[in-house]
Ligand binder design. Structure first.
Ligand code: CTP
Ligand code: MN
Ligand code: MN
Ligand code: MN
Length: 411
């Protein structure tokens, strides 16, 4: 018997991929604190701790009502000792002292600023902090050598850290489609990542490219990149070729979480007019003045230069926000991935995210279904064979079939 004063005890499935994702979060104070601690753990290069906080935040996000007492959390999955301590602190005191202290800490702030530079990860940021560098200015003034990605990241810092809108993503989509169709008619471009999940803004724009005829997609990326460079659309790009066939680990068991598709991590130059998807970009110099020498050719030259410019050159080109307001363009991070059509559904599923969903789906497939899922394939460990699929629905149908003696409910 439940009287009205008694609190509701919540129940959610164990894996994030088994839950409906809601935009209606009733526990933002709790999830904000846990997400901040997750972010801090990731910035400290402590992946396991980061995942634990992410899982805890995801469980609380799935609850139908605000949490008011610890007893409601009995039996909920993924809430470890540390996360429970944080939750209790907030229920008792209104805020998490640990999250607040982290937010205020010089180290957290410095890690966040430095990893905000495209091309700078937790390890590099930690090394710089050890050398006394906490700010962009200190980095610019230092003798540290930056690689090509980091130079571009520092140069376009403000833009790259500004959210990308759906309108901007669509404008870039039109440019990418034009580039792809110009070099390979019949190819298909699909928006993936957060925008495919319906997010209204993102930190970048992700695209998956394929061709309905297997093999026709081979060698596509360098051609797409050349086309984009010739039109002045790329401020930075790094293309990595497909290494799937050479991999010795077997497709569904990559040594890392990274897939092996041909990919291009880039920074696009999106002119304001391109947001309407009509005009070609004007060739503009950094300060918004037409620069005759700033052509696709010179961009190509920079990108293929075996002796990249010294860091000090690039660092001198940092602009104030005032300059940026007067420009007719902005820099946007764009990820391009090419998949053969036979792996397209897996690539689409893998590149749509979220990162936690993908991680949980793979964990669930492994433990509950004895299947190995990657962005390339689905392998059934019991049958000892790969399962084909041409759509995400087919992948989920494979995963939902009960083959092991499992009490787990299907998705
Ligand atoms: N991804 C991947 N391999 C990478 C980078 C990303 O498989 N080297 C996948 C991630 O697992 C994720 C998707 O690509 O599922 C999108 O990643 P990302 O752009 O980082 O995140 P989004 O979910 O798009 O969110 P945001 O708006 O911040 O970009
Ligand atoms: Mn609700
Ligand atoms: Mn993205
Ligand atoms: Mn991305």
């Amino acid at each position: 018997l439940v009287d009205e004063a008694e609190v509701e005890v919540f129940s959610v499935p164990s894996y994030a991929c088994q839950r409906r994702t809601t935009l209606d979060n009733h526990n933002t104070v709790l999830t904000d604190a846990l997400s901040l601690l997750a972010e801090n753990a990731e910035l400290e290069d402590e992946e396991g701790r980061g995942v634990a906080f992410r899982r805890a935040a995801a469980v609380l996000k799935a609850l139908p009502k605000p949490v008011t007492s610890m007893t409601q959390l009995k039996g909920l999955p993924c809430l470890g000792e540390h996360s429970l301590r944080v939750i209790k602190d907030i229920l008792d005191n209104g805020t998490s002292s640990e999250a607040e202290a982290t937010k205020q800490s010089e180290r957290y702030k410095a890690l966040k600023v430095l990893t905000g530079i495209f091309g700078v990860g937790a390890k590099t940021a930690a090394r710089w902090i050890r050398d006394g560098i906490h700010t962009l200015q200190q980095l610019r003034d230092s003798e540290h050598t930056l690689n090509r990605a980091q130079q571009a990241g520092l140069e376009h810092y403000e833009d790259v850290n500004q959210q990308v809108t759906k309108a901007e993503a669509d404008a870039i989509g039109e440019i990418v489609e034009k580039a792809v169709l110009s070099v390979l008619p019949g190819a298909q471009v699909t928006l993936t990542g957060g925008f495919r999940r319906g997010k209204l803004t993102g930190h970048d724009v992700d695209f998956l490219i394929t061709h309905p005829v297997e093999g026709r997609e081979e060698g596509l990326m360098p051609k797409v990149v050349s086309w984009l460079e010739s039109q002045g659309f790329l401020l930075y790009q790094k293309t990595t070729r497909n290494s799937y066939l050479e991999s010795k680990e077997g497709p569904a068991r990559p040594a890392s979480n990274m897939d092996r598709f041909e990919r291009c991590f880039s920074i696009f130059k999106l002119t304001k007019d391109d947001k309407h998807g009509t005009k070609q970009p004007e060739k503009l110099s950094e300060n918004g003045i037409k620069a005759p020498e700033d052509t696709g050719r010179s961009l190509t030259h920079v990108q293929t230069d075996p002796n990249p410019p010294t860091p000090s050159c690039t660092m001198a080109q940092i602009h104030s926000s005032k300059d940026r307001e007067h420009r007719s363009w902005r820099a946007v991070r764009v990820d391009l991935v090419v998949s053969p059509i036979s792996q397209f559904a897996f690539a689409l599923l893998g590149w749509t995210g979220s990162k936690l969903f993908e991680r949980e789906l793979r964990r669930w497939a492994g433990y509950e279904k004895a299947m190995s899922l990657s962005s390339h394939a689905l392998y059934d460990n019991n049958q000892g064979r790969y399962l084909r699929a041409t759509s995400e629905e087919e992948i989920f149908a494979h995963l939902a079939t009960v083959k092991v003696a499992s009490v787990q409910k299907p998705l």
